[in-house]
Design a protein around this ligand. Structure first.
Ligand SMILES: C=CC1=C(C)c2cc3[nH]c(cc4nc(cc5[nH]c(cc1n2)c(C)c5CCC(=O)O)C(CCC(=O)O)=C4C)c(C)c3C=C
Ligand SMILES: [Fe+2]
Ligand SMILES: [Fe+2]
Length: 351
């Protein structure tokens, strides 16, 4: 018999009662802070045409000929600085977030809702998790990429992975995908409350800098809404916190390569602010749902040291929302809103 094209699970479960599934998707992270583990992770990540828009063959030569020979060791060194006994912060925090959302949704809605976590690069993959959910009877699926601002390089790539998986399923579940939540009122409120909570514990610095992950300017010029979404989040947060454009500034971090990325760059900005006499600089990174290499190492360590070397007193990193009550409440509400008419999500009052 010819092998079926539908290599994904041929037989969804008929034994389990139908249920709804929520799939959280984050970027992914290496398994260990070693060059050996970082290499395949970077190969998959930087081999994604959504991330690097460059002629394929040319990029393949650069990636395999140069980048994957040098960067894994350098990145591994950075990961080693933030690694925890439980593993990579991005994985640990994402798993805690998924578990907390599972608990919160388990009591807030009437039917059976299963929350799972996938990584866009590495394991567990989007495909593995969707197939597993289907085996367990998930017939309605809401995908929530853990990126508040849409970019083709992040959210767009998650959509690709979901689409590739669905193409191989004989009987795909009903599907909804959250495109972005950069302006969601509950999310803005969660960010504002967590910053205010941090200020009441540690006092307020001289300025608040919001640092978002950068992308090449070229992608924005071609129509990626990412910059617009970052500015939208920042402006709403300014209004919610009662700050003006001088009290709350925006910058973009994590540039890779030589072409121009979104500006102003975070490293140049922290140096400038030190030079302008800012003593205590508070930095938050609202583009990251949970803490990771880019916040804990690049901001809280590297940029902190740059700020101090340029004459500042201290750069104080305000943690990501992670599995805080604010995050669970706002993402829980966002999920319920996107799935409000699914039978599993109807509350007792609504029936
Ligand atoms: C080179 C191109 C890159 C683009 C475009 C890009 C966009 C982008 N990334 C995130 C979120 C994260 N990126 C993280 C790490 C990371 N990012 C890149 C490159 C690009 N990112 C690299 C090479 C790395 C790996 C580390 C390194 O070698 O410097 C992480 C942290 C991962 C972790 O394990 O902790 C996150 C999260 C977004 C949201 C985004 C577009 C908006
Ligand atoms: Fe990145
Ligand atoms: Fe970085």
């Amino acid at each position: 018999m010819p092998r079926s094209h539908y290599t994904g699970l041929a037989r969804p479960s008929y034994d389990h009662p139908a249920q709804a599934g929520v799939l959280l998707v984050n970027l992914g992270t290496p398994d260990a802070p070693t060059a050996r583990s970082v290499r395949p992770y970077l190969a998959e990540f930087l081999g994604d045409p959504r991330v690097i828009e460059y002629p394929r063959w040319l990029w393949w030569l650069i990636l395999h000929g140069v980048i994957l020979r040098i960067r894994p060791a350098r990145s591994a060194h950075a990961y080693a600085r933030i690694w925890t006994p439980e593993g990579s912060p991005l994985r640990v925090e994402s798993e805690k977030l998924a578990a907390a959302l599972q608990t919160a949704l388990g009591t807030a809605v009437r039917g059976s809702v299963r929350v799972a976590l996938a990584m866009r690069y590495g394991a567990p993959s989007v495909r593995t998790q969707i197939e597993q959910m289907q085996r367990e009877g998930v017939r309605r699926l809401l995908v929530l990429p853990l990126y508040p601002q849409y970019s083709g390089t992040s959210t767009g790539s998650v959509i690709d992975a979901v689409a590739d998986t669905f193409k191989q399923l004989r009987w795909p579940p009903e599907l909804r995908i959250v495109n972005d939540y950069h302006a969601d009122a509950g999310h803005i409120d969660a960010l504002a409350r967590s910053i205010e909570r941090w200020w009441s514990a540690h006092g307020r610095g001289d300025k608040l800098l919001l640092s978002f992950h950068g992308i090449p300017q070229r992608y924005v010029d071609a129509g990626d809404p990412y910059l617009h979404h970052c500015q939208g989040t920042a402006q709403r947060l300014r209004e919610r916190l009662g700050l003006n454009a001088t009290q709350l500034e925006v910058s973009f971090q994590s540039r890779v390569g030589r072409e121009a990325w979104l500006q102003p760059y975070t490293d140049a900005t922290v140096r400038r602010l030190a030079g302008e006499g800012i003593r205590r600089l508070d930095v938050a990174c609202p583009g990251f749902a949970v803490d990771c290499l880019e916040t804990l190492e690049e901001i809280a360590m590297q940029n902190h040291d740059m700020f101090v070397a340029a004459g500042g007193e201290s750069l104080r990193y305000i943690p990501a929302l992670n599995d805080s009550e604010e995050q669970i409440a706002s993402l829980g509400a966002l999920i319920r809103r996107h799935a409000h008419d699914w039978p599993e999500f109807l509350s007792d009052e609504a029936t």
